[in-house]
Design a protein around this ligand. Sequence first.
Ligand SMILES: [Zn+2]
Length: 88
Amino acid sequence: MDDWRLTGQEDWLKGVKLLFKPYQRYSATWDHDHCEFCYAKFSLRPGDLSEGYTTEDQYRWICSPCFNDFRESFGWIIVTETTEGSGC
Ligand SMILES: [Zn+2]
């Protein structure tokens, strides 16, 4: 693969578990994140991405287009949350 978005992410993202979630800040002092691949911005502000794929610690975020482009080569495991049963 030869894509401008690839800068060695396979070192830390290959075969990891990902969850599809609304964006949440990693910490209170951290108001946005960027897609690991295309650098699209995730934040709680209008106009930025408000949901995407994240690692279990919610430290790394991947937008949907990049997820779809790279899912096969990275072999991600999609985790669906079933335990938080409080409902809405
Ligand atoms: Zn992206």
